[in-house]
Design a protein around this ligand. Structure first.
Ligand code: ADP
Ligand code: ASP
Ligand code: MG
Length: 426
């Protein structure tokens, strides 16, 4: 008998029929003698719809009220799932984040879990019920509802698995595991059996939306093994766990892409100490999270600075940059809204020189211009024009020998759902 945490994402609970399927699946686990805690996301695109609803009444809503609103999505699915289980003659009890004892800081919209009091979940399990917990939410010490950032139900699942010392943390989604690239963008992507925490954290941080980066960080810290698998099939998925480095390790484990960032260039800045400090202090004070930065100095002694940031922070970024430009006498500000970042990730890169050269040569042969470059010991990222993102992912995937013989086949998703997935981040 095992103690299982099973998380189902938005697509997996998008309709009453799919909720019934999830109920069946959980009951089957119960029948096998396991104790089950389910974590659910909001149904389908509910969270996006709630974001749009908020924007229709206030263009910059208070974060506290946003969390109040967005947390309702998960409450709908948790109650429906509990009802669906009960309708089949099995016991179930649903808990909100705060009922489940998830205490967070008060950083609304991306709160961090401080601790979990699992007594209520344990009580629920002791009565023989399947416990259903609303993902993505917690509560501050003041009693205010918080959310854990987009995709945060993954973090709820990992944190609960850690809190109740579960034997396994299963994360069910519409793909049957972690692939060497987003299989919807690179249909020749290969399903991976195992991915190390380090590689997965880098892939998630660089845009592989299949697992929230914070969930992977949490799992790595507390050694929670994640099993990423399909809500629509019984196929074995991918294990995310600690992997000892080996001689035969692949140089590249996977490729991530991210179309959600934008790029700003400030031209004609004075080339003197303190200029970059001023620009980025103003951006920081406007809560803009800067990703890549390039500075170059031209022969006339003027400097240009380019940087990337999340597109959702465009207003704040532009306001900050305009303010900085006035203060520092910049001659021009340019914004490029349609960029994409493509990242090659692999712990094996550390011991294999020439990866960057091969990546840049491949992009050049495919006439893809590189706008920016950044690296870490286990990653190389390039920024390219948004129109070339798919071509870039595919040619790099082929060049690094990652292509599978088979082509990714979509299971169960409607054409509309696939289109929504493809547009995510744009
Ligand atoms: P959920 O709604 O269940 O949380 P997500 O949409 O957040 O699911 O994550 C699943 C999606 O992640 C897939 O549909 C896929 O398009 C995308 N994805 C991106 N990168 C990868 C990858 N390397 N492997 C698998 N899926 C990926
Ligand atoms: N519903 C939230 C979102 O769409 C949290 C999640 O699905 O994990 O981001
Ligand atoms: Mg997700």
């Amino acid at each position: 008998m095992a103690l299982i945490v099973a998380k189902f994402g938005g697509t997996s609970v998008a309709s009453p029929e799919r909720i019934q399927k999830v109920a069946q699946r959980l009951i089957a686990k119960k029948q096998e003698g396991h104790d089950v805690v389910a974590v659910v996301s909001a149904m389908g695109k509910t969270t996006d719809e709630l974001v749009a609803l908020a924007a229709s009444v206030n263009t910059s809503p208070a974060k506290r009220e946003m969390d109040m609103l967005l947390s309702t999505g998960e409450q709908v699915s948790m109650a429906l799932l509990a009802m669906a289980i009960q309708a089949r003659g099995y016991q179930a009890v649903s808990y909100t984040g705060w009922q489940a004892g998830i205490a967070t800081d008060d950083n609304y919209s991306s709160a961090k879990i401080d601790n979990i009091d699992t007594h209520r979940i344990r009580e629920g399990l002791e009565t023989g019920a399947i416990v259903v917990v609303a993902g993505f939410q917690g509560i501050t010490t003041e009693g205010d509802i918080t959310t854990l950032g987009r995709g945060g139900s993954d973090t709820t699942a990992v944190a609960l698995a850690c809190g109740i010392s579960a034997d396994v943390c299963e994360i069910y989604s519409d793909v049957d595991g972690i692939y060497s690239a987003d299989p919807r963008v690179a249909p020749r992507a290969r399903k991976l059996d195992v991915v190390s925490y380090d590689d997965m954290l880098e892939l998630s941080s660089e845009g592989a939306g299949v697992l929230q980066a914070r969930a992977v960080e949490f799992a790595r810290k507390y050694k929670v093994v994640i099993h990423s698998r399909s809500a629509f099939s019984d196929a074995e998925g991918t294990l995310i766990k600690e992997v000892a480095p080996s001689m035969e390790q692949a140089v590249i484990s996977g490729i991530a892409h991210d179309t959600s960032e934008m790029k700003i260039t400030m031209r004609g800045l004075h080339d003197e100490p303190g200029i970059a400090a001023k620009v980025f202090s103003i951006l920081a004070s406007n809560n803009v999270s800067v990703d890549m930065i390039i500075q170059n100095v031209s022969t006339d002694g003027k400097a240009n600075i380019s940087f990337t940031f999340p597109g959702s922070q465009k207003e704040n970024a532009m306001e900050a940059v305009n303010r900085a430009a006035e203060m520092l006498d910049a001659s021009q500000i340019l914004i490029d809204e349609n960029i994409a970042k493509v990242s090659l990730v692999g712990t094996g890169m550390k011991s294999s020189p020439g990866v960057a050269a091969r990546a840049f040569k491949t992009l050049a042969e495919n006439e893809i211009n590189i706008l920016m470059i950044s690296t870490s010991p286990i990653r190389i990222s390039v920024v390219v024009d948004g129109s070339q993102v798919e071509a870039a992912v595919r040619c790099l995937h082929t060049a690094f020998g990652l292509d599978s013989d088979t082509i990714f086949e979509e299971t169960q998703l409607s054409a509309e759902e696939i289109a929504a997935k493809m547009n995510k981040g744009r």
